[in-house]
Design a binder for this molecule. Structure first.
Ligand SMILES: Cc1cn([C@H]2C[C@H](O)[C@@H](COP(=O)(O)OP(=O)(O)O[C@H]3O[C@H](CO)[C@@H](O)[C@H](O)[C@H]3O)O2)c(=O)[nH]c1=O
Length: 349
């Protein structure tokens, strides 16, 4: 098997590559990544010398490069490559449309060209689009997103992901291209860039900086441990019904303030007793902030036997400890450009 993983130097992509290389000794993985601010080859240090792993620096929008990669007889594509941060999309939507929509079309076209045999596609090929629960919009206090919930994205980020999902669906509906779409809830775990809630709060606690909680802190997210997500993608890739969408959720809803308090308490008890809840600072809300995401993951459980194995209490401990043991990584990714980003995003909030 030869798998093209795009965005493999990012948080979920790098966890996925390591998971796959250790599980399938005979699989070859090509990682195509543009190395934007969120992509980091440090994340893949453990596998850089693995003969089954190849890294290519490049953009999924680069048609020539993508077509050249497909000349290597790719079996599966897993498209993680995306601009993924909602706050950045509110400030600068264009790059989200370019990478998330045009990039996906470029990949689909190249895959179609390589796999299309006229009446059908070559056997055993698949294009897996990694999407998000945010395409469904926002829930009130009750209810869950299922795979048939109508798409109702609100942010430029989630709208670009929904657009990409629809294009992938169109390639299935129109050309019968072998595709799957997965829609996951909020991931957490090692190597997440500290612009996202959990690593940002850990980093700020360690530096005794204010902990910026948007709005009333009562927005709800469903947290999924990244390794459980990787296992789900592996299953969908090998066994998912062609054309199907699968929701992947952690069955673990928490308010943002619960998450922040938990991190504060862990750092207080295990690292620095002077860190406490006085660091929590309520700041202006995110524009168009979705109130609650909650995923119904019955379909993937019933069809493929997947369920989230990691209990949140264990996953969050493992995650915080990973950041504590990898302070050098955290220091490296939060220097330079990150400081400018942080200033711009949080100074006038
Ligand atoms: C960074 C930050 C976030 N928040 C809030 C906003 C959200 O309600 C919640 C989580 O924020 P984020 O970590 O940015 O994640 P969120 O907007 O939910 O989106 C994530 O989860 C999605 C899946 O639901 C993915 O598709 C996105 O790529 C990923 O970024 O915490 C704060 O209160 N303060 C902060 O400083």
């Amino acid at each position: 098997m030869k798998i093209l993983v795009t965005g493999g130097a990012g948080f979920i992509g790098s966890n996925f590559i390591k998971y796959m290389l250790s599980k399938y000794k005979g699989y070859k993985i090509i990682n195509l990544d543009k190395l934007t601010y969120a992509g980091n080859l440090e994340n893949l240090k453990d596998v850089e010398d693995n003969p089954n792993y190849t890294f290519i620096k490049g953009d999924i929008c680069d048609k020539e490069l993508v077509e050249e990669i497909f000349s290597q007889d790719i079996d599966y594509v897993v498209n993680f490559a995306a601009e993924s941060h909602v706050d950045r999309s509110i400030i600068d939507p264009e790059i989200f449309v370019k990478t998330n929509v045009l990039g996906t079309v470029t990949l689909l076209n190249a895959a179609k060209k390589a796999w299309d045999e006229g009446d059908s596609f070559k056997e055993g090929k698949k294009f897996l689009q990694v999407s998000t629960d945010e395409v469904y919009g926002s829930l009130g206090e009750t209810g869950y997103f299922t795979e048939t919930t109508p798409l109702d994205p609100h942010s430029p980020y989630s709208s670009s992901k929904a657009a990409a999902d629809l294009i992938v669906k169109a390639y299935y509906d129109t050309y019968k291209m072998p595709v799957n779409i997965t829609r996951c809830s909020n991931n957490y775990g090692p190597y997440q860039f500290p612009e996202k809630l959990i690593p940002l709060m850990v980093n700020n606690c360690l530096n005794k900086k204010p902990l910026p909680v948007y709005g009333d802190g009562l927005n709800v997210r469903d947290w999924l441990y990244v390794e459980d997500h990787c296992k789900a993608i592996d299953l969908v890739l090998h066994k998912g019904r062609i054309g199907a969408v699968y929701n992947i959720g952690g069955n673990n809803e928490k308010t943002n303030i619960e998450i922040v308090k938990l991190i504060v308490s862990y750092i207080h008890d295990n690292v620095d007793p002077t860190v406490d809840e006085s660091l929590i600072t309520y700041v202006a809300d995110r524009k168009g902030h979705d109130r609650r995401y909650a995923i119904d993951a019955t379909k993937i459980k019933e069809e493929l036997g997947w369920y989230p194995e990691t209990k949140f209490e264990d996953g969050i401990k493992k995650t915080i400890e990973w950041y504590l043991q990898n302070r050098e990584w955290l220091k490296n990714v939060t220097s330079g450009e990150y400081q400018k980003y942080y200033e711009k995003m949080y100074s006038n909030r």
